[in-house]
Write a protein that binds this ligand. Structure first.
Ligand SMILES: Nc1ncnc2c1ncn2[C@@H]1O[C@H](COP(=O)(O)OP(=O)(O)OP(=O)(O)O)[C@@H](O)[C@H]1O
Ligand SMILES: [Mg+2]
Length: 256
């Protein structure tokens, strides 16, 4: 069976910088792939290529074995790909529920304020199944009580859950999460880890997790790909990656 998402030989150059150098990675059905590496290793660039925002100089992206290298982010979203962003961005004037409604209705379109307002415009009736789907997501993420709160005023940890909820509202089969635990404290990170583990199983998601919290990744992922200076320096099970000398060197001798 084809992997749900696959990158083959992906290279990206920004001017003189080779940000990704023939990177291969793959995520099987219902699996969690960890993507780790030091600052500037190319992790976010890799998400850009997989989601269609960054065009690679060479290489291919495949979903379920189909080549989507030239497909727009919207087409990939309709095929079931969703991502979150490293830097949290919310519409300060919209409530938590409205964020999910916009995501549900726009399904991965690159939502500008105008589109968001259009989605919510007066007289727009909910899409069929929308209310129930959104209540389920709010409930699952523990956001029901905050549904009517303005998203711009939330603490970072809650904002990250809204971002996750938005991605889930597009009904993904593959979810790319760029540093979901960034800025969270230890308790929040532990709760997020459990939430991701159970969501992955319940929704049969394939997850790709970019994280600086290496312990979180090694505890959660089925397989891990390690990037350093744009190259894959290790790829394997968490135990194999933990034991890899190249990985320990990349992290300056610290045990990952
Ligand atoms: N749009 C761009 N134009 C020029 N250089 C870029 C661009 N985006 C990223 N880079 C460079 O490419 C390299 C990889 O960046 P990227 O953001 O993918 O790394 P990362 O692994 O996500 O790092 P971090 O852990 O800090 O988020 C870095 O050297 C970065 O400065
Ligand atoms: Mg990054």
């Amino acid at each position: 069976m084809s992997p749900r998402l696959e990158g083959r030989g992906i290279s990206v150059r920004f001017g003189g910088l080779l940000a990704l150098d023939r990177v291969d990675l793959e995520v099987a059905d219902g699996a969690i792939l960890g993507l780790i590496g030091p600052n500037g290793a190319g992790k976010t660039t890799c998400f850009g290529v997989l989601s269609g925002l960054v065009r690679p100089q060479s290489g291919q992206v495949l979903m379920d074995g189909h080549d989507v290298t030239g497909a727009s982010p919207q087409r990939r979203a309709r095929a079931g790909l969703a991502r979150t962003f490293q830097r949290l961005e919310v519409f300060s004037g919209l409530t938590v529920r409205e964020h999910l409604v916009v995501a549900y209705r726009s399904r991965g379109r690159n939502v500008a304020t105008r589109i968001a307002l259009d989605c919510l415009g007066a007289g727009r009736r909910p899409f069929s199944g929308e209310d129930e789907a959104i209540e389920t997501i709010l409930d699952r993420l523990g956001l029901t009580k905050l549904a009517a709160a303005p998203a711009g005023a939330l603490p970072l940890g809650t904002g990250r859950l809204v971002e996750l909820g938005r991605a889930l509202a597009t009904r993904p089969r593959v979810l790319l999460l760029d540093e979901p635990s960034s800025g969270l404290d230890a308790d929040e990170t532990a709760a997020l880890t459990e939430l991701l583990r159970s969501l992955q199983a319940e929704l049969d998601l394939s997850l790709v997790l970019v994280e600086h919290n290496v312990d979180m990744v090694l505890g959660l992922a089925h397989r891990v790909t390690v990037l350093d200076f744009g190259q894959v320096i290790a790829d394997g099970t968490p135990a194999e990656v933990r034991a890899s000398e190249a990985v320990q060197t990349a992290y300056l001798g610290a045990a990952p």
